[in-house]
Design a protein around this ligand. Structure first.
Ligand SMILES: [Zn+2]
Length: 120
């Protein structure tokens, strides 16, 4: 499994086999941030230090920009009411929030932990 697949499939960054989250999938709307304590395969402790997941907010920030900037451009370029675009921004955030939070955490831990696939 390559790096991009490991990130999007929410796999352990070290072995790319164990799952990061207890409930699988990018669009899980319950238990969104419930994670395994450690990788069931290579036993990597996922919380590398106290407060480790705060950094994931920075990883999800560009994803939020990619999602919402087209609506902001729509507000500026269109003669329609800005409330329509703001409404779509709100709806898109509700729809994509689990994906954004989970991908943010997955990207963050993949940046921090090196792949050691052949060792496991
Ligand atoms: Zn692992």
């Amino acid at each position: 499994m390559n790096l991009l697949a490991s990130i999007t499939h929410l796999k352990c960054p070290r072995c790319r086999k164990g799952n990061l989250f207890t409930k699988r999938g990018l669009f899980s709307y319950t238990q969104i941030l419930d994670m395994e304590k450690e990788c069931p395969h290579c036993k990597l402790n996922y919380e590398l230090e106290p407060g480790f997941w705060l950094g994931a907010l920075w990883a999800s920030y560009p994803l939020i920009l990619i999602l919402e900037v087209p609506f902001l451009i729509g507000v500026l370029m269109s003669d329609k009411s800005p409330l329509i675009f703001i409404g779509f921004m709100f709806l898109s955030m509700l729809l994509f929030l689990p994906m954004l939070l989970r991908l943010g955490r997955s990207i963050w831990i993949h940046v921090q932990v090196k792949y050691e696939g052949l060792s496991y």
